[in-house]
Design a protein around this ligand. Sequence first.
Ligand SMILES: [Zn+2]
Length: 310
Amino acid sequence: MTDTQAVHRTNTAVLIACLPCLVLFASPVWAQDLGPNFRKIKDGIYVQSSREVNSTSSIVLTEEGAVIIDTGQTLIDSREVMQAVRKLTNLPVRIVINTEVHPDHTTGNFVFSPPALVVNHVGASDAMRKAFDPERASTLAKQSPEMREAVQGYRLVTPHVEYQNKTTLRVGERTLELIHMRGVHSEADTAVWLPNERVLFAASVALPGSINNIRPFVQIPDMLAAMRMMRSLNPDIVVPGHGSFGTVKIFDDNERYYTLLLERVGALVRAGRTLEQVKQELRMPEYADWSYPERMPSNVEAAYRAATAR
Ligand SMILES: [Zn+2]
């Protein structure tokens, strides 16, 4: 064998060994090429959010196509995510995972489906149909010329696949574990765990630097249990349903907030205060800089439910 042949063989071997890489790196795209709203988390994993408090929409590339986790705060965001997918890969979007049922995570489902199958926990479709406003498209179209454009073709797309408790998706080289979190935010909340990449998409249980909107059917102890479950997965990166991605510190900060809230509301309840009095008297100055202080009453009501449930 000549030297040239040896080199040629080596190159061929490298090429064959690296065929999956060729698919991923066929057209190198930098996160900044996707626009200012995108961040790269790990190779082939990107997150989009158009404002700090807005919902996140994530793209997970695989050898068999893209997986989208939540479909954008608004339909303008959904279109932007779809454009990013087109820059990143020639392969189709295979699966959309909804981490909850609310419109700021699901209205854009129709942008990706078909061909994508939409997945969330049992109960998601029923809840989405029940909350559906038939005027949604016309209301959105009135917002701006851009929105009128983005809403073209809108229809309600609810999950095609509803799993029970836990399921595993294997798409190309990626493994995505879907874990149901009961009663923590909406009628169907899903954490998405990528064990090989150690990336966790944490839904909207714990938001960084933001007071959450706690619905009447949500119990704070269930939220805390979900945060502990997610922390026990030991993720490197946590992508919350809203806001910037980070680490398990998002859970630590939220756990500290809810623990203090339960403590203070509990003390007022034991001192004989009514719910209305607790709302008047409770102070949480440590969290004065968190977004959405107007959601505080829903937090006090949830803490009051917990304090009076015993
Ligand atoms: Zn929500």
